[in-house]
Write a protein that binds this ligand. Structure first.
Ligand code: CP
Length: 313
């Protein structure tokens, strides 16, 4: 059986092309499984997984939980607001206690960049990063790239725009690494205040001319403004942002070709994207969500197959 080059999924930057191919091949097999009347396989029935969410989530949390159930793993869920974190317990102590209950794998969403790395260095467990602050969101990038490959066949030379609040986005950084690995050209677009200056070191270009970027690209990944991570004001108002960077039907109609629209969610309708675009046949937003379950099944399965479960019996 082919194996991943890593024992944790901490970020896209630690994966290589062979890992991508293996994840996508495995996800395609699981996509077929979840479209059958009986959507479950017994692959991971000896494994116990803890979903630790220290930050709100709809898609990622439910998608991981469903992926684990489809693989027949045992699962426990942890939400920071209902836990002893509010009594002062550290992340490390919280996770040590959970591992003492014979848990094999940790799915971690945390507001602090590097939280998943920290756990992987300090504890003996398999860690999957489900989003760490402004740093990385590797499973989101994998499902985005997988969804684009479904549309385009392959991404070599394809022009992909990432639009919006790049500065506070973990989706943007993981997508840049993943798209570059697949041979795509990447252009970032948004207000200058929301595009970090160093980012072009990653081999991408940037522009604040949204109409020009839309004319350039084959697909646009639209990001929301991440108000919860902003300590200050980066643009005058949502209305002005929407006028300059909101994707609406008028903008799409002016283009010479039909581009593909992605959005990682949650959507702020009427701010970064209008309802008629989000719900249009150019949008693959719900394909992304569906593919997310297959991608997460693939990651959990491939990392789970590297565990020595006997250690925990
Ligand atoms: N895309 C994404 O991470 O969404 P959630 O915050 O709802 O998990």
């Amino acid at each position: 059986m082919k194996k991943l080059s890593v024992s944790h999924l901490l970020g896209i930057k630690y994966l290589n092309t062979e890992d991508f191919n293996l994840i996508f091949e495995t996800a395609s097999q699981f996509k077929e499984v979840i479209n059958r009347p009986i959507k479950k396989v017994p692959s991971l029935r000896d494994i116990t997984i803890a979903n630790l969410f220290f930050e709100n989530s709809t898609r990622t949390k439910l998608s991981f939980e469903l992926a684990e159930k489809r693989l027949s793993a045992d699962i426990i869920n942890f939400s920071a607001s209902q836990s002893s974190v509010s009594k002062g317990e550290t992340l490390s102590d919280t996770v040590k206690n959970i591992l003492a209950m014979k848990v094999d794998m940790i799915i971690l969403r945390h507001p602090n960049p590097g939280a998943a790395h920290f756990l992987s260095k300090n504890l003996n467990s398999c860690i999957i990063n489900a989003g760490d602050g402004t740093h990385e969101h590797p499973t989101q990038a994998l499902l985005d790239v997988y969804s684009l490959i479904e549309k385009f066949g392959n991404l070599k030379g394809k022009r992909i725009a990432i639009v919006g609040d790049i500065k506070h986005s973990r989706v943007a950084l993981s997508n840049i690494y993943a798209l570059k690995m697949m041979g795509a050209e990447v252009k970032l677009c948004g207000p200058k205040s929301l595009i970090p200056k160093y980012i072009e070191c990653l081999g991408v270009t940037s522009s604040s001319d949204f109409n020009q970027v839309l004319n350039w690209c084959d697909a646009a990944n639209i990001l929301r403004i991440q108000n919860e991570r902003m300590g200050t004001v980066y643009f005058p108002s949502n209305r002005e942002y929407s006028q300059n960077f909101g994707l609406n039907l008028d903008r799409l109609k002016q283009l010479k070709k039909k581009i593909i629209i992605l959005h990682p969610g949650p959507i702020n309708r009427g701010v970064e994207i209008s309802s008629d675009v989000a719900d249009s046949n150019q949008s693959i937003i719900l394909d992304q969500v569906q593919n997310g379950v297959a991608i997460r099944m693939a990651i959990i399965y491939l990392l789970g197959s590297k565990l020595n479960i006997k250690n925990n019996v």
